[in-house]
Design a binder for this molecule. Structure first.
Ligand SMILES: *[C@@H]1O[C@H](CO)[C@@H](O)[C@H](O)[C@H]1NC(C)=O
Ligand SMILES: *[C@@H]1O[C@H](CO)[C@@H](O)[C@H](O)[C@H]1NC(C)=O
Ligand SMILES: *[C@@H]1O[C@H](CO)[C@@H](O)[C@H](O)[C@H]1NC(C)=O
Ligand SMILES: *[C@@H]1O[C@H](CO)[C@@H](O)[C@H](O)[C@H]1NC(C)=O
Ligand SMILES: [Cu+2]
Length: 622
């Protein structure tokens, strides 16, 4: 019981919003105090920042630095037995200035992002969620965790939304087979883009041999893959308008279905915006930041860096100077190691995806080092002059003169979208599936819907079940309304192939609830429509490509497959996913671009079986 209470009350010590003494407009004090201090600043009543802004435990040099750092504590979890953690969450909203611009932000227990959950495989999380928002209903989804269907948080599918003033208790048992970087986010309306999300880290229990006390990953025992500390980076695009206004803009036929381009980006709830960048058409209430943003990571340490794309629309690339990168996991699954293990860049991480890597200082790291976030502009169909798409953040401002030699670092690139899983994971894939389903997805602006954009799978645009307004899992299939397009996988377990053709000019990051899938192939067509129907096409387009293709033995090169829960489907192309439908229930398959999923780019996978015993085989932990 002691360890339960200890774990339950634990908050990350370095949560950007949780400590006292952070700048007021970023911390939990009232709006009025914020305004007063901001005024004092502007009127220069104080020559240096007021005492409230000083981080008490640090020296003078640090006074003007905000550290948007979330440090993790694997040592509290990897050596203990599984426990039940009780969390009591209140969801509310208030006005904050994450990047200097005032915006109504959703908070969990006064935090944006919400509290970071740290657990170990086999833990049970009992999370009581009380909705204290005045108007919006909410629900929370546990992205990537294989939970039981009724705890999945998908409004209209597995639960009713939690109305204002109401409470819902999530009861999640983390399978003993899962560990890695996960996150939770709103799965109702658009509150995710108002900040209703947070990190969920599952530490793997320590194995017998540990490296410097840490063994959260099998790779950590391999030279080059060990690390000293763990940190979390929740990085995402950010809009200055309320998410509902952004959605209204998107669905306005006058905007031709162009996705709203974000104004900014935030890392762990903090960003940087130059007030003069705001466009006249969208005036903002902006306070210039007088502080530097620096992570102040110890330049001697190797960091296991866990990155989540929490954004609504944009993918991003990360660049580090004076560091190399060793990729450990994508979507909480190990990746195959490469011969050339030290990388400088990893390619684009799309909304919903996660990557874990060891950030390794190079010889000259004791100098100023920085991380650059580059929002990928491929899905920006117009220019937003307010946005600075490439932004650098200081990792370490310390300048030591111990090393002046700069060892030239060869630039090596890796594309995480194409990184296969290790063969130990791929050996589970059967040579063929029992069922194959072909799907077509597209955003359409149709005259009969006043040219508003809606996302489609085949002929159906998804909406939460309304007629009758009862979540699908409590209704017989014959009662589902016309917005529910579903694939039935037959008696569980069964191996299923999904061939998802993307008929759009733009890519879509698709996420499947309740299961991970093997990506067997992806294909992008430069011209025409690169669709694939295995029932008709003798040779799949990805094989007829000269530079990619199989081993000539089958349609798919299983040795290059990747086990994931989110896949970027290229423009005018497709992805072939193979998964074992073994988690009974009704599960969403949807685009993780928020503006696409809320306008219908979603459908259902109906996995038959007894949902009481969902994934029960995973629950026994020795
Ligand atoms: C912020 O960083 C810049 C560039 O490194 C530096 O010149 C400046 O002194 C820093 N300001 C504060 C307040 O630390
Ligand atoms: C959570 O679910 C488990 C397994 O179904 C059950 O034994 C336990 O009583 C539940 N706990 C709560 C607080 O509902
Ligand atoms: C941002 O970085 C990317 C990749 O290096 C580059 O192609 C692009 O031109 C940069 N954009 C801006 C606005 O600097
Ligand atoms: C989607 O459309 C394709 C082509 O018409 C069809 O083969 C497939 O069965 C449809 N899928 C579903 C789930 O209805
Ligand atoms: Cu999409």
């Amino acid at each position: 019981m002691n360890s339960q209470a200890r774990t339950a009350s634990k908050q990350p010590d370095f949560h950007p919003m949780s400590s006292l003494g952070r700048p007021c407009w970023l911390a939990g004090c009232s709006l009025i105090t914020c305004i007063l201090i901001a005024l004092a600043y502007f009127l220069q009543l104080t020559p240096s920042p007021p005492a409230a802004l000083v981080v008490p435990e640090h020296d003078q040099k640090d006074e003007l630095v905000i550290r948007p750092r979330i440090e993790l504590h694997p040592e509290d979890h990897i050596h203990r037995a599984p426990v039940t953690q009780y969390l009591d969450w209140r969801v509310a909203s208030t006005h904050r200035r994450p990047d200097g611009v005032l915006k109504r932000v959703c908070l969990i227990n006064d935090l944006f992002p919400g509290p970071t959950i740290e657990a170990r495989s086999g833990d049970t999380l009992i999370i009581s969620v009380t909705n204290e928002l005045p108007e919006e209903s909410i629900a929370l989804h546990w992205h990537g965790l294989l939970v039981t269907n009724n705890m999945d948080g998908a409004v209209g599918v597995s639960q009713d939304p939690i109305a204002p003033g109401m409470n819902f208790v999530y009861n999640l048992t983390i399978p003993s087979s899962q560990s890695g970087t996960f996150w939770y986010h709103a799965h109702s309306g658009v509150s995710r883009a108002d900040g209703l999300y947070g990190g969920l880290i599952v530490h793997a229990p320590a194995s017998k041999s540990t490296v410097r006390g840490l063994a959260s990953n099998t790779l950590s025992q391999t030279p080059g893959f060990s690390y000293d500390k763990e940190v979390l980076l929740l990085i995402g695009d950010w809009y200055h308008r309320p998410a509902q206004d952004v959605l209204d803009w998107y669905t306005d036929p006058g905007n031709f279905g162009n996705e709203p381009v974000p104004d900014s980006l935030v890392i762990n709830g903090v960003g940087r915006f130059e007030c003069q960048m705001a466009v006249p058409a969208r005036p903002v209430d902006c306070v210039a930041q007088s502080t530097n943003l620096s992570f102040e990571f110890d330049p001697q340490l190797k960091l296991r860096t866990r990155v989540v794309n929490t954004g609504a629309l944009a993918g991003f690339d990360l660049q580090f100077d004076h560091h190399t990168i060793n990729l450990l996991q994508v979507d909480s699954v190990d990746v195959q190691r490469t011969k050339d293990q030290y990388m400088n860049s990893l390619g684009t991480l799309y909304p919903g995806q996660r990557m874990d890597f060891v950030l390794i200082p190079t010889e000259d790291t004791k100098r100023h080092s920085s991380m650059t976030v580059q929002l990928n502009q491929e899905c920006f169909k117009y220019a937003n002059p307010a946005l600075t798409p490439n932004q650098s953040f200081i990792l370490n401002s310390e300048t030591q003169s111990s090393s002046t030699t700069t060892s030239p670092v060869k630039i090596r690139h890796l594309n995480i979208q194409e990184m296969p899983s290790p063969s130990t994971i791929l050996q589970d894939i059967p040579p063929t599936a029992q069922q194959t389903h072909v799907l077509y997805t597209k955003i359409q602006k149709m005259a009969r819907y006043s040219n508003k954009p809606f996302g489609y799978f085949n002929q159906t645009t998804w909406k939460p079940q309304q007629d009758p307004p009862i979540p699908l899992i409590y209704l017989s299939r014959s009662k589902w309304d016309k917005s529910q397009l579903a694939i039935s996988t037959g008696p569980s377990p069964a191996w299923i192939d999904l061939v998802i053709n993307n008929l759009d000019e733009g890519p879509h990051p698709f996420h499947l609830h309740g299961h991970s899938f093997y990506i067997l192939a992806t294909h992008r067509s430069e011209y025409g429509w690169g669709s694939y129907n295995p029932f008709v096409d003798q040779i799949p387009p990805h094989i007829s490509d000269s530079d990619s293709g199989g081993d000539g033995l089958g349609q798919y090169d299983l040795s290059r497959a990747a086990l994931r829960d989110t896949v970027q489907i290229p423009s005018r192309g497709y992805a072939v996913l193979r998964f074992r439908a073994d988690n009974p229930g009704v599960w969403l398959l949807h685009c993780h671009v928020l503006w696409h999923s809320v306008t219908g780019m979603a459908m259902l996978i109906d996995v038959q079986g007894d949902s009481e015993g969902v994934a029960a085989h995973n629950f026994d932990v020795s």
